[in-house]
Design a protein around this ligand. Structure first.
Ligand code: PEP
Ligand code: MN
Length: 337
């Protein structure tokens, strides 16, 4: 850690900082320049975690050397993590597309949609059984009934399935039915939920919170990894900004930033980012171009009558056409599909 002192810091203030760092068990290197004094704290930075050096008199700036996230950082692990979901390899240079309806509505329609997205090239089926709705009066999902339909769709197609978990009390049930547990944007910082998911050991797709920074997303992933589960996919799904033209603002720069910062695979969900089906295709292509390992796209056979997020859902035919274009962009950036 590097501590920069104020120009006017007194000798007593400098010595106080030095003493407190030494008392915490670190060595100190003081560089006394003409204008400023800089203190280097040498040793385990974690020992300084509870020392609020930035509030000490005479201190101008404190710069940690290490990242606050460890297990999920590229510093910790250079090679990209590859997650194997029943033979579907995520993060290994092949673009993986997760597709399906926002919420599971009935068995026939889900099985039919699963077959259609599979024929178009999707390798994982999505479908919400527990829906995090803004209004308590909106459709909340079919719950366990929905998970059973998801299992039926998996049986009919062989596609691995993903669904959102909102309550730690449903973990066992979820693990029985899904191959990947989704943690939604609204629960990205539900730390107890993250810890429980970490303990469960199932692969997790962790979505970025509505107004979470990239660092906060990585800290949330660290909660899961700290329990011994590093099978985590991160998902950029748009953040809240002043812009109202789209539901959220897709932060495409998060993709290359995350690829630099972490060894975990990075997904993009353009559907929830834009909220309008017509914008899903261009942003899907852009996401692939900036290096996403995968996409999550909402597809519904009849968006006009969808119980949730119809406005942003693609019809299966449109999804199939988009997959054709995705293949071209993926090939251009050296990804297999
Ligand atoms: C979803 O994918 O079903 C969903 C609710 O997305 P988000 O958590 O990103 O809003
Ligand atoms: Mn949705």
């Amino acid at each position: 850690m590097i501590i920069v002192l104020k120009h006017e810091a007194s000798q007593a203030e400098i010595e106080h900082v030095v003493e407190r760092i030494k008392a915490a068990g670190l060595a100190v290197h003081v560089s006394q320049g003409k204008e400023r004094t800089i203190i280097g704290a040498i040793g385990d930075e974690a020992l300084l975690r509870n020392l609020p050096l930035d509030t000490f008199p005479g201190v101008e700036n404190v710069m940690p050397i290490l990242k606050p996230y460890k297990l999920v950082s590229r510093e910790f692990r250079k090679e990209s993590t590859v997650i194997d979901i029943g033979g579907v390899k995520i993060g290994g240079g092949q673009l993986q597309v997760i597709a399906g309806p926002c919420s599971i509505e009935n068995k026939e329609s889900l099985v039919d949609t699963a077959k259609q997205v599979q024929a178009a090239g999707a390798n994982i089926l999505r479908g919400g059984a527990f829906k995090p709705r803004t209004s308590p009066y909106d459709f909340q999902g079919l719950g366990i009934e929905g998970l059973k339909y998801l299992a039926a769709a998996k049986k009919a197609t062989g596609l691995p399935v993903i669904s959102e978990l909102m309550d730690p009390r449903d973990i066992e049930l979820m693990c029985e039915y899904v191959d990947i547990i989704q943690i939604g944007a609204r629960n990205m910082q539900n730390f107890r939920l993250l810890t429980e998911v970490g303990k469960a050991g199932k692969p997790v797709l962790l979505k970025r919170g509505l107004s979470a920074t990239i660092k906060e997303l990585l800290m949330s992933a660290e909660y899961i990894a700290a329990q011994g589960n590093v099978n985590i996919m991160l998902c950029e799904r748009g953040v809240r900004t002043f812009e109202t033209a789209t539901r959220n603002t897709l932060d495409l720069s998060a993709v290359p930033v995350l690829k630099e910062e972490t060894h975990l695979p990075v997904f993009v969900d353009p559907s929830h980012a834009v909220g309008r089906w017509a914008l899903v295709a261009p942003l899907s292509l852009a996401a692939v171009a900036v290096g996403a390992d995968g996409l999550m796209i909402e597809v519904h056979p009849d968006p006009e009558s969808a119980l949730c997020d119809g406005a942003q859902s693609l019809k299966p035919k449109k999804f199939a056409a988009l997959m054709e274009d995705i293949r071209k962009v993926a090939a251009a950036v050296g990804m297999a599909v």
